[in-house]
Design a protein around this ligand. Structure first.
Ligand code: NAD
Ligand code: ZN
Length: 357
C-alpha cells in the first residue's frame, strides 16, 4: 500500500482584518520596481467596498472574474492569454484569488497555465502539471468548498468536468479573514456552507476514513453544527475554519455518494456545486440517515427551499449521461461501498435517485 504524501498550504494568516496584511505578503514577492501582481477578483466585488481595499499598485492587473458559470477550461485559457499580453512576456510575481471557490480555482488555474504550455484541458487529471506555478495566494470571501486548502482546481472542459490535481496547484499562501464573508446572500452562504458539511459526512462515513482525516472531519463537523444549528456570534470565524478543516479531511480521505451524483447534475443540468450537493443530499436518507436528518434541520432553521422535480421530463440521453458521469467516479463509490462498489452502483440505483430529485 502506498500512502499519500500530502502537500499542504505552507503559509496562512487567520483573523478578522487580516486582509490588510496582503500588502506585506506581496511586498515580499515584488523584487524589482516594475514587478506586477494579478488580482483575480469575483465580479461581485466590483461594486463593493472591498474594491477600494485591494492593494494594487499602478503596474498591477485586476481581473473581474465572471462567476455566473463555474470555471471552464476555455475561460482559464482566455484569462491566461490576457495576463500574458498584459505582461508582454513577463509573468506576474503573484496571482491573488479573491472570492468564492470558483474564483479561488480560477486563480490557481491561471497561475498554473502561465508556466505550463498548451491549454488547461490538457492538464485535467492527476499530476499532469510539469512546472511549478507562479506564486499564488487564496483569499476566500465565501466559505465551505475547502478550495483554499485543496490540491485541485475544478474545471469544466470539452469532454469532462475534472480538476487539475497536483502539488503545484496548492496555494503558496492563504489569508482567512472572516470579515470578508459580510454580505453573502443567505441562500448562497447556506449552499456553500453545506458543501463543507457534506464533505465531512461523506468522509466520516466512508471506507477511506483514518484518524488523520477523522481528526479534521470531526472538528469541522462540530463547527458546522455551531454555525448552522445555533446562532453563534463567531459564526464567520467558525465557518472559515470548518471549510479549511473539511478540505484537509477529504484531502486525506475522499468524498462520497452526494458528490458523485452532484457531479452528474452539474455536468448535464448546469447546477452549481453547492446547490447541486444540497439537492442530492435531500434524497440520500439510505446512505447517510443521521447526516440527512440534521441537514434538513439546518434547512428548516434557515428557511431554505430546494428546487424539486428537476429531472422530470428530461431526455433519456441526458439521464444516461448523468448516470455515466456519476458512475464513473470510482474512488468516490469505493469510499461508499468498498472494493466491490461496482456490484452496488447500478444504472437502476442511480436512475432511481435522480428521479427523486
Ligand atoms: P462561487 O465561487 O461560485 O460563488 C457563488 C456566488 O457567490 C457568486 O455569485 C459570487 O459572486 C458570490 N459571492 C462570493 N463571495 C461573495 C461575497 N463576499 N458577498 C456576496 N457574494 C459573494 O461559490 P462557491 O460555492 O464558493 O464555489 C463553488 C465552486 O468551487 C465550484 O466551481 C466548484 O467546482 C468549486 N470547488 C472547488 C473545490 C476545490 O477543492 N478546488 C472544492 C469544492 C468546490
Ligand atoms: Zn464539495
Amino acid at each position: 500500500m502506498k500512502f499519500r504524501n500530502f502537500k499542504t498550504v505552507p503559509k496562512m494568516i487567520f483573523g478578522r482584518g487580516s486582509f490588510e496584511q496582503l500588502d506585506d505578503v506581496l511586498a515580499e514577492e515584488r523584487k524589482q520596481a516594475d514587478d506586477y501582481v494579478v488580482f483575480a477578483v469575483d465580479h461581485v466585488h466590483k461594486d463593493r467596498p472591498l474594491r477600494e481595499r485591494i492593494p494594487a499598485l499602478e503596474q498591477d492587473m485586476i481581473i473581474w472574474v465572471d462567476t455566473t458559470d463555474e470555471p471552464k477550461t476555455t475561460y482559464v485559457d482566455q484569462l491566461t492569454e490576457e495576463v500574458k499580453a498584459f505582461g508582454k512576456g513577463r509573468n506576474p510575481v503573484s496571482v491573488v484569488g479573491l472570492g468564492g471557490g470558483a474564483t479561488l480555482d480560477m486563480a490557481k488555474a491561471i497561475s498554473l497555465m502561465l508556466t505550463n504550455e498548451g491549454g488547461s484541458a490538457k492538464y485535467q487529471g492527476w499530476d499532469l502539471i510539469k512546472n511549478p506555478a507562479v506564486h499564488h495566494v487564496g483569499i476566500p470571501t465565501l466559505s465551505g468548498t475547502g478550495a483554499e486548502a485543496s490540491r485541485t482546481t475544478v474545471l469544466t472542459g470539452p469532454d469532462k468536468k475534472l480538476g487539475m490535481n497536483s502539488d503545484y496547484t496548492v496555494f503558496d499562501q492563504i489569508i482567512m479573514d472572516p470579515d470578508l464573508l459580510q454580505g453573502v446572500p443567505t441562500d448562497q452562504w447556506f449552499y456553500t456552507g453545506m458543501d463543507c458539511y457534506i464533505h465531512n459526512i461523506e468522509a466520516l462515513n466512508g471506507t477511506y476514513i483514518n484518524e488523520f482525516a477523522r481528526a479534521f472531519g470531526e472538528k469541522s463537523l462540530d463547527l458546522c453544527y455551531e454555525v448552522f444549528l445555533e446562532d453563534h456570534p463567531d459564526a464567520d470565524e467558525k465557518l472559515m475554519m470548518a471549510s479549511y478543516m473539511g478540505g484537509q479531511s477529504i484531502a486525506y480521505s475522499q468524498v462520497g455518494a452526494c458528490h458523485a451524483l452532484s457531479y452528474g447534475l452539474s455536468y448535464v443540468l448546469g447546477y452549481h456545486h453547492g446547490i447541486g450537493n444540497c439537492i442530492v443530499m435531500d434524497v440520500l436518507d439510505d446512505f447517510y440517515p443521521e447526516g440527512v436528518k440534521i441537514f434538513r434541520e439546518m434547512m428548516k432553521k434557515h428557511n431554505i427551499t430546494l428546487p424539486k422535480g428537476i429531472t422530470k421530463g428530461m431526455s433519456e440521453e441526458d439521464m444516461d449521461k448523468m448516470i455515466k458521469v456519476a458512475s464513473g467516479l470510482a474512488p468516490l463509490w469505493e469510499n461508499v461501498y468498498g472494493a466491490d462498489w461496482q456490484t452496488h452502483v447500478t444504472p437502476e440505483l442511480l436512475r432511481s435517485l435522480y428521479e427523486k430529485m
